[in-house]
Design a protein. Structure first.
Length: 188
């Protein structure tokens, strides 16, 4: 493992290049892989960016980061540069993470230890404390529809951690009449 100070120097060099691309630098790690170093740069879009982090934007950012690293010469010897997005399993820790997750199912752990699972419908920035609005969803049992609760407003200061849940509910066609008929056939 390469010293954290080395990653800090790399971060200092690549952050202006990333910001110049209109992106946010999430993380930088530098590690050894045999005789060479591997520099991993994790990027994200800004909170109010309507676009996503598509392959073209990653490619442009990769060129900018590579140019910055080459110009500053902060990596000794050969290195491999990996530029990536945070991925679906990244923890939600900042308001911009929640803003990008609006519309998705998520689970949040609150400061008091309780958990709340549901669909994130809004990030409220209008009050004195930023908050998220979650519509609780309890999965239905054996072919039944999920139970949807009333929206819950949670100040971001009360959120210890959060994560987006992979939502497969919309995959594939579902015919409600067939589902009801199958359920009725099972009950008779």
């Amino acid at each position: 493992m390469v010293a954290p100070a080395h990653a800090d120097r790399v971060r200092h060099v690549v952050e202006p290049a990333v910001v110049g691309q209109g992106l946010v630098l999430e993380d930088v790690t530098v590690r050894r892989a045999g005789a060479r170093s591997v520099v991993e740069v994790v990027l994200d879009v800004t909170e109010d960016d309507d676009g996503g982090l598509d392959l073209d934007r990653v490619a442009d950012a990769t060129r900018a980061v590579s140019d910055a690293l080459d110009a500053a010469d902060v990596i000794t010897g050969e290195y491999t540069l990996d530029v990536m997005s945070p991925g679906v399993d990244r923890p939600l820790t900042e308001r911009r993470h929640f803003t990008r997750a609006v519309g998705h199912l998520l689970t949040v752990t609150l400061a008091d230890g309780r958990t709340l699972a549901g669909r994130l419908t809004e990030v409220d920035r209008t009050g004195p404390d930023d908050a998220i609005v979650v519509v609780p969803v309890t999965p239905g049992r054996k072919g039944r529809k999920p139970v949807v609760g009333e929206p819950v407003r949670v100040p971001l200061s009360d959120v210890r951690r959060g994560r987006v849940e992979v939502d497969l509910s919309g995959i594939g066609p579902v015919d409600d009449d067939e589902a009801d008929g199958a359920a009725a056939g099972e009950e008779s």
